[in-house]
Write a protein that binds this ligand. Structure first.
Ligand code: PLP
Length: 389
């Protein structure tokens, strides 16, 4: 085979997709697998959103559109952010992308030079470290600790800030732990970075999946708009993972740079999908509330069920749709334990270490699946774990 670019050796992946592939293989052999590995709502996209897309298709919204997004959607997003984060936002500060994920890649490409340090949560969404390494940045993970409900310690952030820090990545509520920053955390972080030549990427893709009221955003802190990129989107909030629709809010000069990256990669986001996004943001929000209440019910069930399994302890996560149980008692690397549960119990879960070294001793289970699946997974785990020495 012909050689590939050397830079690719620095690009990581998301092991959820690898575990899914292995699980599908087992299913092809006739095995029954309960899927707890993939982080996507099992609900259908709300009907009025689907209808808006169909109408947009019929109306001929099937062509190229402006790279940073159509004006109507950028205006709707600006209004939504004004409403949810309490800061004035101009549509020129909004960039629409195919999913929220590209905002991570584009922000890192646009702000990080080789040798620059980037601080991000560990365990955290693996794409952060992957993109940082890819551009030659220096990864500076910050450990999230179970004793603190997986909110990071702002003093640990202070200790890691250096003259070479270019970017700090926050994710609240967070993947994979479900932990969320408190208002005091957010204020302390803002006080620490404000006025420094440090960007903040605040990944708030789970902002509407918070079970203890709205989560604070660093964008709302005085003066932080000039150095913050807010990432949010439609995948998790409106059960729209497959539509690929997300957005970033950022200072205009960065929005222009990110738009250039959009032009150089995907040109624009699908036009009729953007019209569906307008319907999602401006239409009735009752389905969001309904999904959140159902997720809360499942969270409570899975946390209780896990804590009932000898050797497993699990905190109650404040947001997102993941639990991150402690399985140290089994004395096995998380990776091996995850593999054991897939092969022996037919339950697909992720090793905590798929999200960074601090995830050792934990598993990640997504509870974005039916209550029946959750109960079956718990039954299978309980009996397979009881067979371990
Ligand atoms: N950020 C986090 C923390 C995520 O968990 C995800 C999806 O799993 C994303 C961003 C990206 O979501 P999407 O690209 O589907 O909007």
């Amino acid at each position: 085979a012909l050689p590939l670019a050397e830079s690719l050796t620095r690009l990581g992946t998301e092991s959820a997709f690898e575990v899914l592939a292995r699980a599908r293989e087992l299913e092809a052999q006739g095995r029954s697998i309960v899927h707890m590995e993939i982080g996507e709502p099992d609900f259908d996209t709300p009907p009025h959103v689907r209808r808006a897309a169909a109408e947009a298709l019929e109306a001929g919204h099937t062509h190229y559109v402006p790279s940073p997004g159509i004006r109507e959607l950028r205006e709707a997003i600006a209004a939504y952010v004004r409403h949810t984060r309490g800061v004035p936002v101009d549509p020129a500060e909004v960039v629409v992308t195919p999913g929220g994920k590209p905002i991570i890649f584009y922000t890192i490409l646009a702000t990080v030079n080789p040798g620059d340090e980037v601080i991000y949560p560990d365990p955290g969404f693996p794409i952060y470290e992957s993109c940082v390494r890819y551009v030659g940045g220096v990864p500076v993970p910050i450990p999230l600790r179970e004793e603190r409900d997986f909110r990071f310690d702002v003093e640990e952030l202070r200790a890691r800030l250096s003259p070479r820090t270019r970017l700090v990545i926050l994710n609240s509520p967070g993947n994979p732990t479900g932990g969320a920053l408190s208002a005091e955390d957010v204020r302390a972080i803002a006080d620490m970075v404000r006025g420094r030549p440090v960007w903040v990427l605040s990944d708030e893709i789970y902002s509407r999946l918070s079970y203890g009221g709205p989560v604070p955003s660093i964008l709302s802190e005085p003066g932080m708009k000039d150095q913050t990129v807010l990432l949010d989107g439609f995948s998790k909030t409106y059960a729209m993972t497959g539509w690929r629709l997300g957005w970033g809010v950022m200072p205009v000069h960065l929005a222009e740079a990110v738009t250039r990256l959009v032009i150089n990669s995907v040109s624009c986001t699908a036009a009729f999908v953007q019209w569906a996004g307008i319907a999602a943001l401006t239409g009735p929000q009752d389905s969001v509330e309904r999904m959140r209440e159902e997720f809360r019910r499942r969270r409570d069930a899975i946390v209780a069920g896990l804590n009932d399994i000898p050797g497993v302890t699990c905190r109650v996560p404040g947001g997102a749709f993941y639990v991150f149980p402690n399985v140290r008692a089994f004395g096995m690397p998380s990776r091996e334990l995850a593999r054991y549960l897939l092969d022996e119990a037919g339950v697909a879960v992720l090793a905590g270490t798929a999200f960074g070294p601090s995830g050792e001793g934990y598993l990640r289970l997504s509870y974005a699946t039916s209550m029946a699946n959750i109960e079956e997974a718990l039954r299978r785990m309980r009996s397979a774990l009881a067979r371990l020495p």
